[in-house]
Design a protein around this ligand. Structure first.
Ligand code: FDA
Length: 384
């Protein structure tokens, strides 16, 4: 069977690229080895899919080339995707920080993409493992469901996170097969672990915190787990953290901790430091950070300042991360230097395209990764 375009990967980027290319009159085949399309969309955002972010801008993405995302994000914006959602009467709401979620279910987004692909005449084959990808007057794919030929090939196989949902390193292998460089890859938007004796005593506790890793700082929720730290602020920071590095946690981002402690000493000097801290921090965390029983009146300004510094600048060295098993995304991917930022085509092979998470473009937590899938998929579709 011969097609204008074969897309491998029926996730967010592949489905969106497919339906747009089909709308433009191309014969399109979308292939996926998983049983169902759009599985990550289905489980995303706790089943409600954080499908974009109102504040999407190039600054919200990590990439070897920070300019690479600009063209696609400018030409297919968050507002374009919202218009499509509205046209399909899928109700949504802003949760926080510009993050848009379905009111109902993420399945509505999957259904919209699959239906629009079919309506435009595109073909979708799931449960279709790919055996070989060959180059001969276009591309020839041998698969579990037969041999297919495409004038152009789009790789939309995503990253390696959540292997039990069908994630593979297939896209990186195809890139290497055709001589395209792939950057180092690593799990990102992932909880950080602290080995034995971590934060067991604090497990389950959550608070508003500001977390810094490298030059980046994020203020959102932080959650103590049996294995370490999680919550949005930690997931965000994990994309900037490297093995052996520390992170810096401010557990009192809204207050001046020294002022809080000094006022407590002045107003009730016979209370313990722990009690004073319990007024502004969860009790268990106050006890963890100030285990001694002495009166706060016994601490001079220097001691209060040292404690305040610990509250604003708590230095922690993670032993690792939870890895691809729970990471929301893969940092790194097909090197953007090898791709045309306007079309997503390989510079060395203009009929081979890479879109979505397989590319070395990683968004922050908050709907940015789906917006990249929509924008890059749309950009490729215009050029196919
Ligand atoms: P995606 O992973 O969606 O699709 C790739 C497809 O390729 C899959 O269908 C896979 O089966 C297929 N495939 C892989 N290897 C193959 C092979 N060898 N042969 C054939 N097919 C193959 N982002 C966001 O913006 N908002 C959110 O709310 C969330 N929430 C979220 C929750 C969880 C638990 C995770 C794991 C991730 C998120 N994300 C997210 C991230 C988001 O899901 C992700 O960035 C996009 O799905 C990437 O879209 P792609 O289409 O590039 O890959």
């Amino acid at each position: 069977m011969q097609y204008d375009v074969i897309i491998i990967g029926a996730g967010a980027a592949g489905l969106f690229c497919g339906l747009n290319a089909a709308r433009l009159g191309k014969s399109v085949l979308v292939l996926d080895h998983a049983k169902a399309p759009g599985e990550k969309i289905r489980i995303s955002g706790g089943g409600r899919c954080n499908f974009t972010n109102l504040h999407t801008a190039p600054e919200n993405f990590l990439s070897g080339n920070r300019h690479f995302v600009k063209s696609a994000l400018r030409r297919y914006t968050q507002y374009d995707f919202i218009e499509m959602i509205d046209a399909h009467e899928i109700p949504w709401h802003e949760k926080t920080l510009g993050q848009l979620f379905c009111d109902g279910s993420a399945k509505q987004i999957v259904a919209m993409l699959v239906n629009e692909l079919a309506k435009a005449g595109g073909e979708l084959r799931t449960g279709c493992g790919i055996r070989t990808v060959g180059r001969s007057d276009g591309f020839t794919l041998t698969t579990e469901q037969g041999t297919f030929r495409g004038a152009a090939l789009v790789i939309a196989t995503g990253g390696k996170s959540i292997p039990k949902m069908g994630a593979t390193g297939f896209g990186y292998e195809i890139a290497r097969q055709f001589g395209l460089p792939v950057t180092d890859i690593r799990p990102a938007l992932v909880p950080l672990t602290f080995g034995e004796g971590g934060f067991g005593a604090l497990a389950g506790l959550s608070l508003d915190a500001s977390v810094a890793a490298g030059a980046a700082r994020f203020r959102e929720g932080l959650l103590f787990t049996h294995r370490g730290l999680s919550g949005p602020s930690i997931l965000q920071a994990s994309s900037y953290w490297r093995e052996g590095d520390g992170i810096r946690v401010d557990v009192l981002p809204s207050d001046d901790a020294f002022e809080v402690l000094r006022n407590a000493r002045q107003s009730a000097g016979r209370q313990t430091v722990r009690t004073a801290l319990s007024a502004v921090l969860p009790k268990r965390l106050a006890a963890y950070l100030a285990p001694e029983d002495g009166n706060i009146a016994d601490l001079n300004d220097a001691a209060l300042r040292a404690l305040a510094d610990r509250l604003h600048n708590w230095q922690l060295i993670p032993s690792g991360s939870e890895g691809y098993r729970t990471a929301e995304v893969t940092l790194g991917g097909v090197d953007t230097d090898a791709l045309d930022s306007r079309t997503m085509a390989a510079k060395s092979m203009p009929d081979l395209y890479f879109i979505g998470e397989v590319v070395d473009v990683t968004g922050w937590l908050g709907g940015y990764n789906f917006q990249w899938a929509w924008s890059s998929g749309w950009a490729a579709a215009q050029a196919l």
